[in-house]
Design a protein. Structure first.
Length: 147
């Protein structure tokens, strides 16, 4: 993952305005492991910068996504979450609470090359997700089942 200073320097060199709000958004997305939505980021950033708009959050996230500095994870329900881990990994998604965790998986490159060879596709992008219940939701489910 890129460091915040590197991202800010890249944006500045590309001619983009660097505001305290934009830096706060970048810092939050880079530092968190929670895969937040734009609305969740907005809520957090508003605590320090009450005048920051949701549009500013979306524009900053879109800019970072277009520059391949973050990933946007779109879901079937129309929601989107963001993460700074743009390397090969698996996202594990809890279908009950929506929590998303990253798991580094080195065997993905082997799988990707096998799929490319078999399908004759040139693969240039990837996204791996597994769905289930996180430990907390699994415990809640088990507790409810015992009642």
């Amino acid at each position: 993952m890129q460091q915040i200073k590197d991202i800010v320097d890249t944006l500045r060199n590309e001619g983009f305005r660097i505001t305290p709000q934009r830096i706060a958004i970048i810092k939050y997305v880079i530092d968190t492991q929670s895969h937040p939505s734009a609305e969740a980021i907005h809520k957090i950033i508003q605590k320090k910068y009450p005048m920051v708009s949701l549009a500013t959050v979306y524009k900053t996230l879109d800019l970072l996504r277009k520059m391949s500095m973050i990933q946007e994870l779109g879901f079937a329900d129309g929601s989107a979450r963001y993460e700074a881990n743009v390397g090969k990994h698996i996202n594990i998604v809890c279908v009950r609470c929506g929590r998303i965790e990253d798991v580094d998986e080195h065997s993905l490159s082997g799988l990707e090359s096998k799929v490319a060879e078999k399908s004759k596709y040139e693969i240039f992008s990837r996204r791996f997700e597994l769905y289930g219940h996180c430990n907390e939701c699994k415990r809640k489910k088990e507790t409810q089942a015992r009642r």
